[in-house]
Ligand binder design. Sequence first.
Ligand code: B1M
Length: 213
Amino acid sequence: MQEELKALAQAILEGKRNEAVELTQKLVDAGVTPKQILDEGLIAGMSVAGEKFKNGEYFVPEILVAARAMKASMEILRPLLVATDVQPIGTMVIGTVRGDLHDIGKNLVAMMVEGAGFKVVDLGVDVTADKFVAAAKEHSAQIVGMSALLTTTMTYIPEVIKAFDAEGLRPKVKLIVGGAPVTQEWANQIGADAYAPDAATAVDRCKELLGAA
Ligand code: B1M
């Protein structure tokens, strides 16, 4: 089944959704564990896609189709993973902040972080500080991600950070920020724990933050 696992990683990398779904089902039927299919098929494929994105070999459309293929395969694996109690490497709550309806970049980050083995709770767009805090508590998230695409909404991010401070959650929950107008310098200034300029780097930062959470 090693060949099929490699083929699955390749199908994810190339964004071939139907092929990825077929191979995932074939591997499940052959008795390969959901964990192995996740690690050596889906995550392996998404990691290479992430590297290519960072190197400038892949652009947003390629990442989107790869993530879509991964999501389709995950539909098959998710119930099996739950049944076998495979633990995610961490939990991230993510959303686009209040007043902001842009979600393409946030979705990419969510998909890639999920592809790296995290459980991701996506709160959608126009998310208030209260909602971020409540979801972080409910899901015992180690990481909360905030996305903002407008100069008028990025200013809400410090409000969310203040809410986490006020709840005394900062030692347990690490906050990562991103979106076109957000910079590393600004992230430092507002006291965020991490900043990522793109979805692939967000995966690296989230893994680093897990060590700190
Ligand atoms: Co809007 N929009 N938009 N828009 N829009 C921008 C952002 C804008 C730069 C266009 C422009 O004027 N040139 C401008 C903002 C100007 C500013 O604030 N400085 C703008 C504006 C003004 C507006 C409206 C106000 C327009 C109006 O109605 N007058 C309005 C606002 C609505 C609202 O949110 N309240 C609006 C509406 C819309 C649409 C609904 C039409 C649509 C959004 C559809 C959707 O998202 N479902 C839209 C779009 C598509 C854009 C542009 C064209 C593209 C954004 C995008 O999806 N990029 C954008 C111009 C542009 O960027 N060229 C623009 C692709 C995406 C993959 O990149 O989101 O940057 P991005 O995400 C990257 C990184 O930033 C990072 O990783 C991602 C992937 O690598 N990243 C993170 C993102 N979030 C992260 C979180 C992290 C880490 C990394 O950690 C948690």
